[in-house]
Design a binder for this molecule. Structure first.
Ligand SMILES: [Zn+2]
Length: 445
């Protein structure tokens, strides 16, 4: 790992705010996109073929004229899409082997191979070169470290699986402590006390657990910065963690497709527009709800160009007081697969009901709700798990029913049957989703 390159990228990320207005930023994007397109056409047989009819548009820098791809397309054409001639079969074999032995440094000819979790069952595999890892490490450190790189930092990182990618950020001043989410709570408690991290990075469900240990006196740690990753950070979890540690809970929105957004000093998520270009495909323009189509400026091994993510984002309507030019988000709302489906009473069509609406309905129902989970089993059946002080349970349940009925009625949809069950969500290997849809489109039951 080239430390000097990491340092360069760190300095560029942290201090190189080269943009004084959006126009400048747009110009920068145009240059980067053109550079990336030319590189890709030359080095990726898949993109070369895909873009063959669009050479004129590419010349004019008209990115929006090019076809959109997604994970399915990427995995289908893996062998010819990547620029280092690695086959999907070989990549999966190496990645699975590493997962099985929990040895997380799988490489093929110096290219790191990783698995993406793929919540909907379709696992992906990704490739990153040493150069890309270096740039990535520098960018992450630049955006995440609360103080200078010259200060000492002890980072506790809770992950489902380690990977080379995270090892890349290790150096003398920054010590990385990897916590495997599969280890026991007792192991975590003991190690957290030993390590006493200055920076704590974990999925919000784990952060909430850690906050409860701190409240119970099982641990006594004083993190300077807390960063939520990998799952949607719900306001009620954020509030619980914030109250325990008396500080803002930061977020990093990072997936195998790229390092997409980070929170600023105000706690607002901003898209990393120095690293990626984002187009918005609106699902609900009035409410600012969109699916991002991303073009990454740094990925050369597995180029990501006009790639539709399966995530729902909500843009922030008001400017952030930090002064950043980068697109501000209200929140990451969840996966597209978790948009609930209603049945229109007018013409029987399927109507989308976004996680954000469901979340608001639940929170609005009562202040007494501490944790929740809402599952759509079928168009007519919704299960709700509530953690509420027992004396408030009955009134909370009837308020929640009322709120959800009102939501479905506003959407002119047939009101579903709602039933309650005990809040029994345990932390485990799987990502925690507070709003989850199990029914598919077109299912009648
Ligand atoms: Zn901001």
């Amino acid at each position: 790992m080239n430390k000097l390159r990491i340092l360069q990228q760190y300095l560029k990320t942290k201090y190189g705010s080269r943009f004084s207005n959006r126009k400048q930023l747009e110009r920068f994007h145009k240059q980067q996109i053109k550079k990336q397109l030319l590189f890709t056409i030359e080095n990726s047989p898949f993109y070369r073929q895909l873009y063959a009819p669009f050479l004129e548009e590419i010349e004019k820098g008209q990115l929006a004229a090019l076809p959109i791809i997604d994970k399915e397309v990427m995995m289908e054409h893996f062998d010819t899409l990547n620029t280092v001639n690695i086959s999907k079969e070989e990549a999966f074999r190496v990645a699975f082997e590493a997962e099985k032995t929990r040895n997380f440094s799988p490489t093929i000819r110096h290219i790191t191979v990783g698995l993406s979790s793929g919540t909907s069952g379709n696992r992906g595999v990704f490739l990153v070169s040493e150069e890309e890892q270096t740039l990535w490490a520098g960018s992450v450190i630049g955006k995440v470290l609360p103080s200078s790189i010259l200060h000492k930092h002890t980072i506790a990182f809770f992950l489902r699986a380690n990977s080379n990618l995270y090892e890349a950020t290790k150096n003398k001043r920054i010590s990385f402590h990897f916590f495997d989410l599969l280890d026991s709570f007792q192991q975590h408690i003991t190690r957290l006390n030993e390590v006493n991290p200055s920076i704590l990075i974990a999925p919000p469900s784990m952060l909430r657990k850690i906050a409860s240990w701190q409240q119970e006196g099982l641990i006594s740690i004083c993190p300077q910065k807390i960063i939520s990753v990998a799952e949607v950070l719900e306001d009620m979890d954020s509030a619980f963690i914030r109250a325990t540690f008396q500080q803002t809970v930061h977020q990093v929105y990072q997936c195998t497709e790229g390092f997409l957004a980070t929170t600023c000093s105000q706690g607002t998520l901003h898209i990393n527009e120095d690293l990626v270009h984002i187009e918005k495909e609106y699902l609900d323009q009035e409410n600012g709800i969109f699916v991002p189509i991303i073009t990454d400026f740094m990925r050369k091994t597995q180029p990501i160009i006009r790639y539709r993510l399966n995530d729902i984002l909500i843009e922030k309507k008001t400017a952030c007081s930090c002064g950043s030019l980068f697109l501000a988000l209200e929140r990451i709302d969840g996966r597209c697969d978790d948009i609930f489906i209603g049945r229109s009473e007018l013409d029987n069509r399927e109507i989308s009901i976004f996680p954000d609406f469901i979340r608001r309905a639940i929170i609005f129902a009562s202040n007494e709700i501490q944790q929740f989970k809402v599952i759509q089993h079928s168009l007519n059946n919704i299960e709700i798990k509530l953690e509420v002080p027992p004396e408030h349970l009955e009134s909370c349940q009837s308020n929640v029913i009322q709120e959800l009925h009102a939501l479905w009625s506003t959407k002119k949809c047939a009101v579903p049957h709602i039933f309650f069950s005990h809040y029994d969500i345990q932390l485990h290997d799987k990502k925690l989703k507070r709003i989850e849809r199990l029914v598919s489109h077109g299912e009648q039951i």
